[in-house]
Design a protein around this ligand. Structure first.
Ligand SMILES: Cc1cc2nc3c(=O)[nH]c(=O)nc-3n(C[C@H](O)[C@H](O)[C@H](O)COP(=O)(O)OP(=O)(O)OC[C@H]3O[C@@H](n4cnc5c(N)ncnc54)[C@H](O)[C@@H]3O)c2cc1C
Length: 887
């Protein structure tokens, strides 16, 4: 049925039958109905006709933006409650100086910021601007920062944000208070700027109120009311306010509120210093009271500082002090009755280095002094990203927390879409409430890592950098053996993961002597990397290697409804014979790739699902049927897995096993429960590295014995242990995608090159309808191979179509210093993952590129200011016939 007035409505449906659907197919709005139904039916219909009642907790920038986004989509029964006054409520927003630097390593966060600037620029407030696009300038005073600004300029290009690298002189022209002699250069983003945060709150609040929303000051939410399954309202001193949906936008108070309903929201309220100088002579008369600022907002990240103008004064923010986590219990008593409970007294000593460094960068400050300051509180999270989503066990309870002003409207838009449509239009996996492993939801972990996030907020973070605190929390049973072999461990998901093994140093030397190239790396790309990984990858292709696959998340999905559930949730046919293994995907309702899975049918009603992480558990659990016919269990920690891969894999494993492991006896993509020696194992003939071999699973208790057995058997075949870096390189050679890096919910399977795992001829599955209607993709994921054997990129770099594609590449495969453009116009895509391929002797990467790009096209990639030529390559780059794996 289609609401009258909608263009493609064939007919208005006023002649409803009793069973007519009462929503408009086009806009989703509920329509009216005929009045001749029995009373009971009428009541139900009336209930449905009423727009869902939404209570938003918190009238800060997030709550107000959300009210605006919800009401703009027709959900007008929105009540926003705040414990403070309106619109300077006393939360973080009330005193945020509102600097918006859009460029972020995360594409999602950059998109949120971009939307926020565009939206706020269009807001109408009688007091004046809500967004002042003064531009953003980030300066470098060290070579490391200068190189990093090149990387940042690359992200800006990749994400479509206009930006330009400037000389010191150009920086000083833009910001004349700068001592140009102190800086090496700067990165300028003309569309960055200042948000007048309380104005932006009020303008959005008024827009929502005009559509029917209500804002209630001095109304503290004391508790959440529910019926055991879903939220039904909130408790205030004046009684219960009924609600179908409650969204917690309570800023740093949010974790405490969520805890009341059994939800861990991993954030830490943290104090951060902000101070304002007295009058600065050169600024006097420069900015009107209304404009407030004209110079670009300024970041001096080498000293953890940022600056903005306040008419003729300078505001200085500082992240260089030790983290100051705030104890909410003492805060409540300390700030009871305060207008601004989120403001703590300024601690001068902590600010002393900030002032010293500010004087150096902006010498004009020498004639001034600090006049005011405060330690303001806002939220930090373990990974620095926001937290969004719906409580799994309490339907209708949502959170949108740990959000900067910078990202506020973007987060609000995505949250509104998620609530109303079921799926946000932006991929939000980096912000998902359920992205955290269990270990990451403990108090100690949250405090330690969020404090670290504060320390690192302006640090140069390498893409492969891993956490150093709280190590050794999760180890596989092979860990002691790996230590003996000199493993260098990365951390991921709480697990210790071998990246490479020092024990392979002699092997590497031998291979080097025999002529295997080990190209030198620049200092940046050599970090968190070892040439030993080249030897490990090479040896895997030629001989055999053992890989610890234990940290790969796996679930047991069991019960009489298990097959039906997995058929319904995934794209491929998994309802196959016992022993089958299927590569498949989870899609969302819009057809976006939520995850990719390996599903092994181990019994008629029992599957082992290899997954990507906690969000998959969340998705599966949310879709469990009510009848109890399916259970999902995380078996990752209780089991272990070793991958034995390489041409000699069968010679290592077959002698340990009575079952036939020949190519015909144990086919590709099959699973077998068997024994290796005395150890019960489940073997799966799959290989993410593209070689003959198996993933071998066992109960964790057998792990050490299993490793020893395989290791001993492998000795006569020169088996090695190999790590994640080699593994990553081999999987890229084979065109195996990594979810979250190469593709996300933003992409349809076809665009990501994964149509082979979609069975459109099977019964309905989540996302199928969207795929049926999907237009051809405009961007596709492609493999590119670099020309220069020393070229290495690490991910997220911008990609350009090389002039004269098809002919000799303009960059000639050489490093060039063309720098980075001033806008994103000629940037056609970006790199996702990349690795040096020992097999090809070149770096191979994936990149999102225009759909028209074909194998043989020339492209160029900007890596921290150097441009490398590459060619689009047919996939997979290595062993397209799959002969290595099927033998
Ligand atoms: C000094 C400082 C400088 C900053 N500078 C910047 C910057 O330059 N750029 C930037 O992007 N970000 C900046 N931030 C961060 C930014 O201010 C915050 O991240 C953002 O304002 C958070 O918005 P919010 O709506 O989530 O929270 P808040 O603004 O804190 O709003 C939450 C609201 O919830 C209300 N509330 C809480 N509990 C309840 C309850 N139980 N019942 C009813 N109401 C409740 C509170 O009263 C409050 O009004 C800065 C923060 C500080 C402290």
């Amino acid at each position: 049925m289609v609401e009258p007035g909608h263009k493609s409505a064939s007919k208005c449906g006023w002649n409803f039958t009793r069973f007519s659907l009462l929503t408009c197919d086009l806009c989703g709005r509920i329509m009216c109905c005929v009045p001749h139904y029995p009373l009971r039916i009428m009541q139900q219909l009336e209930d449905r006709l009423a727009a869902p009642k939404v209570v938003v907790i918190g009238a800060g920038i997030v709550g107000a933006s959300l009210a605006d986004e919800l009401t703009a989509r027709g959900w007008t029964d929105v009540t926003v409650l705040d414990r403070g006054p309106l619109f300077a409520t006393g939360g973080s927003t009330s005193h945020a100086p509102g600097l918006v630097f859009q460029t972020n390593p995360s594409k999602t966060m950059s998109e949120f910021a971009k939307y926020t600037t565009e939206k706020f620029a269009a807001l109408d407030h009688p007091g004046g601007w809500a967004f002042n696009p003064v531009g953003g300038l980030e300066v470098a005073t060290t070579p490391e920062r200068w190189a990093d600004l090149h990387r940042k300029a690359g992200w800006a290009q990749s994400w479509g944000i206009a930006g330009e690298l400037l000389t010191p002189g150009q920086c000083a022209e833009l910001h004349p208070l700068l001592d140009a002699g102190r800086i090496l250069g700067g990165f300028h983003t003309p569309t960055d700027g200042l948000v007048k945060a309380v104005r932006a709150v009020e303008a959005q609040a008024q827009a929502s109120i005009a559509r029917g929303a209500t804002f209630r000051p001095h109304t503290e939410v004391l508790g959440i009311v529910d019926d055991g399954k879903r939220v039904t309202g909130v408790q205030t001193a004046d009684g219960v306010i009924v609600a179908d949906v409650v969204v917690c936008c309570a800023g740093f108070w949010g974790a405490r509120l969520a805890k009341q309903v059994g939800l861990v929201v991993p954030l830490v309220p943290m104090a951060h210093q902000y101070a304002t100088t007295g009058r600065i002579e050169p600024l006097v008369g420069r900015n009107s009271e209304t404009a407030e600022a004209g110079l670009p907002i300024l970041r001096h990240q080498d000293q953890d500082l940022y600056f903005r103008e306040h008419v003729d004064r300078i505001g200085i923010g500082y992240y260089g002090h030790d983290p100051m986590p705030v104890d909410m219990s003492t805060l409540e008593s300390d700030t009871a009755g305060e207008q601004m409970p989120s403001m703590l007294p300024f601690t001068d000593d902590d600010f002393a280095p900030a002032w010293r460094e500010s004087l150096k960068l902006l010498p004009v400050l020498n004639d001034s002094k600090l006049e005011q300051g405060f330690n303001g509180i806002f939220s930090f999270t373990p990974d620095g990203y926001s937290i969004m989503g719906e409580h799994r066990e309490l339907a209708g309870f949502w959170v949108a927390e740990a959000v900067w002003v910078t990202h506020s409207a973007g987060v609000a838009k995505a949250t509104a879409e998620w609530i109303i449509d079921g799926t946000p239009s932006t991929d939000v996996h980096e912000c998902d409430l359920y992205r955290f492993e269990d270990v990451a939801r403990t108090d100690e972990f949250i405090l330690t890592t969020s404090s670290q996030a504060f320390v690192e907020v302006y640090d140069i973070i390498h893409p492969h950098q891993f956490r150093e605190a709280l190590r050794g929390l999760r180890t596989s049973p092979f860990y002691p053996r790996q230590q003996e072999l000199g493993a260098f461990f990365y951390e991921g998901g709480g697990w210790e993961r071998p990246a490479w093994y020092e024990a392979n140093a002699a092997l590497a030397q031998r291979l080097r002597d025999k002529g295997l190239p080990f190209p030198e790396r620049d200092e940046w790309s050599a970090k968190f990397w070892s040439p030993l990984s080249i030897a490990e990858a090479h040896w895997t292709r030629g001989h055999v290697a053992m890989y610890d696959m234990t940290p790969l998340t796996r679930y047991e999905v069991a019960g009489r409804g298990a097959a039906a559930l997995l058929q319904r949730l995934t794209t491929n046919n998994v309802d196959k014979s016992v022993g089958s293994v299927t590569y498949t995907m989870l899609l969302d309702e819009t057809g976006g790739v939520r995850s990719d899975l390996t599903v092994a049918r181990l019994a008629a009603d029992r599957f082992q699902v290899g997954a990507n992480g906690p969000m998959d558990f969340d998705w599966l659990t949310r879709h469990l049927p009510d009848d109890g016919s399916v259970t999902v269990r995380d078996i990752t920690g209780a089991t272990c897995c070793v991958g034995v891969w390489g041409p000699a894999a069968r010679e290592v494993v077959q002698p340990l096993c009575h079952d036939d492991l020949s190519h015909q006896g144990f086919k590709y993509f099959r699973a077998l429960h068997t024994n290796l020696g005395a150890i019960p194992v489940t073997m799966m003939r799959v290989s993410y590295v593209g070689e003959l071999g198996w993933e071998i699973y066992a109960d964790a208790a057998y792990g050490a014995a299993l490793w020893d057995l395989l290791w001993a058997a492998g000795q006569e075949h020169d088996v090695i242990a190999a790590g994640r870096v080699a593994f990553n390189s081999l999987r890229i050679e084979k065109a195996y995608r990594s979810w979250g890096t190469d593709m996300t919910a933003e992409h349809l399977p076809g665009a990501a090159g994964l149509d082979f795992a979609v069975r459109m001829d099977k019964d309905d599955f989540v996302g199928k309808a969207a795929l049926e209607q999907a237009a051809p993709p405009t961007k596709v994921l492609r493999s590119i191979v670099f020309h220069d054997p020393t070229a290495v990129v690490l991910g997220k770099e911008p990609v350009y179509l090389d002039i004269g594609a098809g002919g000799p590449p303009a960059c000639g495969g050489e490093r060039s210093d063309r720098g980075i453009g001033t806008n994103g116009e000629d940037c056609v895509g970006y790199v996702t993952s990349a690795a040096y391929s020992a097999t090809v002797g070149r770096c191979i990467a994936y990149a999102w590129l225009p759909a028209a790009t074909a194998a043989g096209d020339a492209v160029a990639v900007d890596y921290r200011g150097s441009r490398y030529g590459a060619t689009v390559h047919a996939e997979p780059v290595v062993d397209p016939e799959m002969s290595r794996i099927r033998r």
